[in-house]
Ligand binder design. Structure first.
Ligand SMILES: NC(=O)c1ccc[n+]([C@@H]2O[C@H](COP(=O)([O-])OP(=O)(O)OC[C@H]3O[C@@H](n4cnc5c(N)ncnc54)[C@H](OP(=O)(O)O)[C@@H]3O)[C@@H](O)[C@H]2O)c1
Length: 331
């Protein structure tokens, strides 16, 4: 490992952040079988200490819980972090369209200016900060024109409450519209070795327009971490319980893949997760790789991926293993 944490700029915002980002969905507990606050705080602080500055959260992760834990963990350390959080999944209003229920509360997809103005203040309070570095529309809202949403985000930027503008879970035409506003710095989309749909649709557009892409679920919800064996049992509301992605057959394929890239990992004194994350960051158009971590050990493991530089031969060997072992997955 070279030792220096890879950093990149978020679009043309002038905001620089570590290319490996800590994702805090699991830290909110919801859909991940609960959360442990002390371990979560340790994960966030260990990430910062290892040079991971990008911390991604969202109000929807535990209805404010993840943001609150991030705020607590960053108290006294705020200047060392680049905080990305989101808007557009609301439970204070029933405007827009119903998306899901969480803790018995209906959550709606709504990106109207009135909601964003409300939401940003709630996030600033929970995060214990006066600014958000990257503010992202979480899921798109068919009831509000994108221009209207972007206008209010531009106003928040002019007021110094946010520093960069992002959009998540966009289709090609939504992305095109965001790009046309001239204000989009980043998108956040599902991308991993086994989820590569954006390579043909979205990435050519972001690359040609200077927009950054943050991959989410970069470890395929942990399936590619090299640690989910056939015996692993998921607890409580963990979304992986009945997910065909986590079939025994897939777990065996993931293990065969880990075995096939073990020599690359050994060459760099790296873990399987680190090789997977470094591969992700080497893909054209992927600027940042968000990786969830529940404790300091996982956080440090993932952070070290930002210091790992894979050679052309390494990437070729990984791609060969990928085609041989992971080409046909369930789910
Ligand atoms: N914009 C969106 O709609 C959206 C959607 C999804 C995610 N995201 C963001 O992207 C972030 C990352 O994605 P994700 O959390 O969904 O999935 P992920 O990063 O693919 O997987 C995270 C999970 O993998 C396991 N893991 C992580 N590092 C590990 C390591 N080094 N060794 C062993 N196991 C490890 C942990 O779960 P276990 O220990 O329980 O196995 C962890 O919770 C999220 O946290 C969130 O911030 C955004």
């Amino acid at each position: 490992m070279s030792g220096k944490q890879l950093t990149r700029e978020i679009g043309r915002s002038g905001v620089r952040a570590s290319a490996v980002g800590l994702g805090t969905w699991a830290i909110g507990g919801w859909m991940w079988g609960g959360t442990d606050e002390a371990e979560s705080i340790a994960a966030i602080q260990a990430s910062l200490d290892a040079g991971v500055t990008l911390i991604d959260t969202a109000p929807a992760y535990g209805l404010g819980r993840s943001e609150e834990i991030v705020g607590k963990a960053l108290a006294g350390r705020r200047d060392r972090a680049v905080i990305a959080t989101k808007c557009g999944l609301v439970w204070h209003s029933q405007k827009g369209r119903h998306f899901f229920d969480q803790d018995g509360k209906p959550v709606h997809r709504y990106l109207g200016p009135d909601a964003i103005i409300h939401e940003v203040e709630q996030s600033l309070r929970r995060l214990r900060t006066d600014h958000i570095d990257l503010y992202i529309t979480h899921w798109q809202d068919a009831t509000t024109p994108i221009d209207e949403t972007v206008r209010v985000l531009e106003e928040l930027k002019a007021a110094g409450k946010i520093r960069a503008i992002g959009a998540s879970n966009v289709d090609q035409s939504e992305l095109q519209r965001y790009i046309e506003t001239g204000s989009l710095d980043a998108i956040q989309e599902r991308f991993s070795m086994i989820d590569r749909e954006i390579e043909t649709g979205l990435l050519p557009l972001t690359v040609s327009s200077g927009v950054s892409t943050l991959s989410y679920s970069s470890l395929a919800l942990g399936l590619l971490s090299g640690t989910v064996g056939p015996d692993r049992i998921f607890a409580g509301d963990d979304q992986r319980t009945n997910n065909p992605r986590f079939s025994v057959a897939n777990r065996e394929k993931a293990k065969d893949f880990s075995d096939a890239i073990r020599s690359v990992a050994a060459r760099h004194d790296a873990s399987i997760a680190q090789v997977v994350i470094a591969w992700t960051l080497a893909q054209p158009g992927i600027t940042f790789a968000l990786c969830g971590a529940r404790n300091a050990t996982q956080a440090l493991d993932n952070a070290r991926a930002g210091t790992l530089r894979l050679s052309v031969d390494d990437l070729k060997a990984i791609d060969e293993a990928l085609s041989a072992k992971l080409a046909h997955m369930d789910g």
